[in-house]
Design a protein around this ligand. Structure first.
Ligand code: SF4
Ligand code: SF4
Length: 487
């Protein structure tokens, strides 16, 4: 048997004669490989409370993900991130790059939510909502339908190739690829109008980028959910590495009740464990067989545990069959196990000051963002001093500067805007002071600004453009400079 690579650093010493990373000398001088080959995991299917929650989250998240691009809002797609036009549509909201602050707010809210959920119940995100978990669950479901449950899959994989094995493997990979490509297509449908994308796909006329991203996202899904699975959580996900820093002794985690379970051992359903001097664990290993990361929860908290609760579900069914109380493996806290707390006492500790602080900060940021969104001016203006045309003298000695204004209408109806300029005596707009912009459109306009002769010294002077919406109650003020040339 291969030595456990986690104990090698204690037992073995590096040998300068052995190339780095290839091995080390054990205590008896024997060369030990530091490479642990990957062993394929065949998770057994399970049913129970946490499994039902996980499936509820699979259905909910995928209804949203696959369904959202097909929703219409007026004459357009309800949710569309139109990178080409530099515009994001989210139902009634039209966001421009200038609204980047809301994306920052969304990221802060996501990070704080993760802190909050992790402090309350550990890796809730990993176990129930992470795309890696959700797609692995879908792919495992397909695998089970086509190839059967764990024992049938293991048996077939250990046998040589047969017609039965060939068609089942082909059918499974065909179905996986279908789901993966549909996922890639849906992903691109958030950035290109999805109906157009569907038409282009049927006519085989996708653009290079649309095809690239559909295939890239599709194959990433196929590879991650079909093959990499727990390896993504164990070796690639950064959150898996630092999430334990957010745990404390009052965080709910999936835990094996050692005091109740040990000493473990097989026994008949009718045997009395007390007279046999056994704990409640019948050592059936089902908790290991259902684990998607292949670990044994009875060895204590391990970073590989994604907190999915599958071991708790299956252990409850074992306890039911044995006629023992449920909860040998359950969500609980370190303190609750040590102090023997009831569920009510445990929950009281879960809502501790740290959690309340996270929740309050999160609530305050959500409210601030909603208020800010509801009060935001429904248009944007960018002022660019036209570098091609510097200050010039026009009729009657007046000094003229030319600007380019980009007026962005963030509403669903056409709007008119009135432009004005201030900052120097007699400064005025000499071009058309009104601009009309179509619904959700943006428009560049050239604006000429003139100053009476002698109204300002030569040099650069700060000025303000004031833009008022004539159809909604919006006002914006943008800064720029007015250049007065040397006489
Ligand atoms: S499922 Fe429960 S009883 Fe069976 S080995 Fe795991 S902890 Fe013990
Ligand atoms: S140990 Fe239990 S909760 Fe953790 S990943 Fe395995 S089955 Fe899920």
């Amino acid at each position: 048997m291969l030595p456990n690579p986690r104990v090698i650093p204690i037992l073995a010493q590096p040998d300068p004669a052995v190339p780095a990373g290839e091995g080390a000398r054990g205590v008896d001088g024997e060369l030990i490989s530091l490479y642990a080959p990957h062993e394929k995991i065949y998770p057994r299917s399970v049913s129970g409370l946490f499994s039902r929650w996980r499936w509820a989250m699979v259905v909910l998240t995928q209804l949203v993900f696959y369904g959202l691009p097909w929703l219409e809002w007026g004459q357009r797609q309800a949710v569309l991130f139109d990178l080409g036009a530099r515009r994001f549509y989210i139902f009634g909201l039209v966001l421009y790059p200038q609204d980047f602050i809301y994306l920052t707010g969304l990221l802060v809210i996501s990070a704080l939510s993760l802190f909050l959920f992790t402090a309350v119940a550990g890796r809730l995100w990993c176990g129930y909502a992470c795309p890696q978990t959700v797609y692995t669950e879908i792919f495992l479901w397909i695998e089970k339908r086509v190839e059967g449950d764990r024992s049938a899959r293991m048996r077939r994989d250990s046998q040589s190739w047969s017609l039965d094995r060939l068609w089942r493997k082909s059918a499974k990979h065909g179905l996986w690829l279908l789901v993966a490509l549909w996922t890639g297509f849906t992903f691109v449908g958030y950035f290109t109008p999805v109906r157009e994308l569907a038409r282009e796909s049927l006519q085989l006329s996708l653009s290079t980028w649309e095809l690239f991203w559909t295939l890239f996202y599709g194959f990433a899904t196929y590879g991650n959910a079909g093959f990499m699975r727990e390896q993504v959580c164990k070796h690639m996900c950064p959150y898996a590495r630092f999430q334990s820093a957010m745990f404390d002794r009052d965080t709910l985690i999936v835990t094996y009740d050692q005091a109740r379970g040990e000493p473990r051992g097989a026994r008949s359903r009718h045997a009395d464990p007390v007279s046999l001097k056994l704990g409640a664990c019948v050592d059936c290993s089902l908790c290991v067989q259902v684990c998607p990361t292949g670990i044994d929860i009875r060895q204590g908290l391990q970073y590989e545990c994604i907190g999915c609760g599958a071991c708790a579900d299956v252990c409850d069914t074992v306890m039911d069959k044995m006629g023992y109380a449920r909860g040998l493996v359950k969500y609980t806290t370190e303190n609750a196990i040590q102090q023997g707390w009831t569920w009510a006492q445990t929950l009281r500790q879960v809502f501790r000051p740290r959690v309340l602080v996270y929740a309050s900060v999160l609530g305050a940021i959500v409210v601030a963002m909603l208020v800010s969104l509801s009060l935001r001016t429904p248009f944007k203006v960018d002022v660019v001093h036209d570098s091609g045309v510097t200050a010039r003298i026009v009729g009657a000695g007046r000094i003229e500067n030319v600007y380019r204004l980009q007026v962005m209408n963030a509403t669903e109806s056409a709007q008119r805007y009135r432009l004005a300029v201030s900052g120097l005596p007699g400064l005025a707009i000499s071009s058309e002071p009104e601009v009309a912009v179509g619904a959700t459109q943006s428009r560049w306009v050239a604006v000429r600004v003139q100053l009476p002769p002698g109204a300002a010294m030569p040099g650069s002077h700060p000025v303000h453009f004031d833009i008022d919406s004539l159809d909604t109650s919006g006002h914006l003020s943008e800064r720029s400079v007015f250049l007065v040339p040397q006489p």
